[in-house]
Ligand binder design. Structure first.
Ligand code: HEM
Length: 231
């Protein structure tokens, strides 16, 4: 039993100049919405943020309208539910922490807004975790209500395998929904959620380098001219 080795998943956003693949992010959102959202909140995201991954205003409105959001109190002091709006934060699957634990055998599904930042390995880890369920090795007893996962620290996780069969979702773009594909896509989506500014940040970095190269060249030329007569 050595260190856990997390396999390296190749992504378009890897490396210093990588960018997101909009199709992949949209598929990933579909997985979050159809599977993960039953248990995991994403408090830092609003439906309107989905414009950033290529959904049209109408699509965003439709996604938001598809969930019921707790609102209130109204004039009578009552809480009520209403269809979501583009400006709403992603819907909370549970009323509170106690309800979330009660529905999950005592364990708390963490908020996924910045999970790729909160776990070593980022997207690679999320992908690995989702495909890492297997039978426990000889001699290992899995506790009641827990599941063996080769990539989860400690190997016993309260989350049942959320992506367990091919074709569990039907992708809008026709991509074949293998478990590996679904895991990849949702890990990419969660990376974007945690780091929506990644592309702008990198583009700025490139401009800064170009600027510095030109400025450096100029400074050198000026230096040569200024000191040309000093021997
Ligand atoms: C934990 C992702 C679906 C229940 C987690 C963790 C991640 C995650 C990243 C944290 C693991 C860690 O601490 O390192 C996902 C994704 C899902 C999904 C991407 C959809 C594909 C679900 C569903 C449920 C659920 C549908 C409930 C039926 C839990 C619980 C934990 C957990 C209870 C806490 C596990 C523990 O600490 O032992 N999930 N999840 N998840 N998830 Fe999910």
């Amino acid at each position: 039993e050595g260190e856990i080795h997390i396999p390296d998943t190749k992504y378009s956003f890897d490396g210093p100049f990588g960018t997101y693949d909009r199709g992949e992010l949209q598929r990933g959102f579909q997985i979050y919405k159809d599977v993960c959202a039953a248990c995991h909140s994403m408090n830092l995201l609003s439906y309107r943020n989905l414009r950033d991954i290529g959904l049209s205003a109408d699509e965003v409105t439709a996604v938001a309208a598809g969930v019921q959001i707790q609102d209130g109190p109204n004039d009578n002091g009552e809480m009520f539910e209403r269809p979501g709006r583009a400006s709403d934060r992603f819907r909370h699957p549970f009323a509170n922490t106690a309800a979330a634990r009660a529905a999950n055998n005592g364990a708390l599904p963490p908020d996924l807004s910045v999970i790729t930042k909160a776990r070593v390995g980022g997207a690679d880890y999320i992908h690995a975790l989702l495909v890492g369920y297997e039978e426990p090795p000889e001699g290992v007893t899995v506790m009641e209500g827990m599941h063996y996962n080769k990539y989860f620290p400690g190997h016993q996780i309260a989350m049942a395998p959320p992506l367990s069969q091919e074709g569990q979702v039907t992708y809008a773009d026709g991509t074949k929904a293998t478990v590996d594909q679904m895991a990849r896509d949702v890990a990419a989506f969660l990376t974007w959620a945690a780091e929506p500014e990644l592309e702008t940040r990198r583009a700025m970095g490139v401009r800064v380098l170009i600027f510095l190269a030109i400025l450096g060249g100029l400074a050198y030329a000026v230096k040569r001219k200024t000191w040309a007569d000093v021997h």
